[in-house]
Design a protein around this ligand. Structure first.
Ligand code: GRF
Length: 214
């Protein structure tokens, strides 16, 4: 049976789409079982519906507090038989209760090469810092925002005339490769988390990262 994914979104949902697209291959070992959004107008909801995937909108203000909101999310994920929760542009911080309920079964994609540039506006900050490389990270979620064991990273070069938008587009293209790869590694049972490090069985370690040519 394929690993069942619960994807949490707040907006566009292009990373959700990358996971949906990957799962159209019957050989891909995971499938999106449920998409939960905290925003009713998130464009990603339409992507899920178009693919025939169950969606759920849970607005925080419809609940007494954060604990109640998260309890509803946990109940929905459990009853959908979800084995891995993927944050894909989910713009709310998760509490320690949620993080421990899904410990090591909860991953996030972040648009920088962590631990550089946690938080928002990563592309602006990478350009302002004069970074020559930028990229994205798929990591296991821990309570502190944008921390946790790193599973997959992809690097792209920063060119002198990059704008935040041009750099974001180059990184996003890599996000759409990195997230399905990370999920596949987990679904194939090849990933072990130990402390702050992740070991991937049967992976070839390249001698160098070859950045795509612009
Ligand atoms: C992505 O850049 C992701 O890395 C970050 O939020 C953005 C979500 O984009 N966490 P999308 O909704 O997947 O298109």
């Amino acid at each position: 049976m394929r690993l069942r994914l619960g994807v949490l979104i707040s907006g566009r949902g292009s990373n959700l789409q990358a996971l949906i697209d990957a799962a159209t291959d019957p050989a891909y070992p995971a499938e999106v079982a449920l998409v939960i959004s905290n925003k009713p107008d998130a464009a990603g909801l339409e992507r899920a519906r178009a693919a025939g995937i169950a969606t759920l909108v849970l607005k925080p203000k419809d609940f007494a507090d954060k604990a109640e909101h998260e309890a509803a999310m946990i109940a929905a994920l459990e009853s959908a038989g979800v084995g891995l929760v993927c944050l894909a542009g989910y713009m709310r911080l998760l509490s320690p209760v949620f993080v421990s309920a899904w410990l090591d079964r909860l991953i996030n994609i972040h648009p920088s090469l962590l631990p550089a540039f946690p938080g928002l506006d990563t592309h602006v900050r990478a350009i302002e810092a004069g970074a020559r490389f930028h990229g994205c990270t798929v990591h296991y979620v821990r309570v502190e925002m944008d921390t946790g064991p790193i599973l997959v990273q992809a690097a792209v070069p920063v060119s002198d005339d990059d704008t935040p938008d041009s750099l974001a587009a180059r990184v996003l293209e890599q996000e759409h490769r990195a997230y399905p790869l990370a999920v596949r590694l987990i679904a194939e049972g090849r990933v072990t988390v130990g402390g702050n490090r992740v070991a991937v069985r049967d992976s070839s370690t390249p001698d160098a990262v070859i950045a795509p040519i612009i």
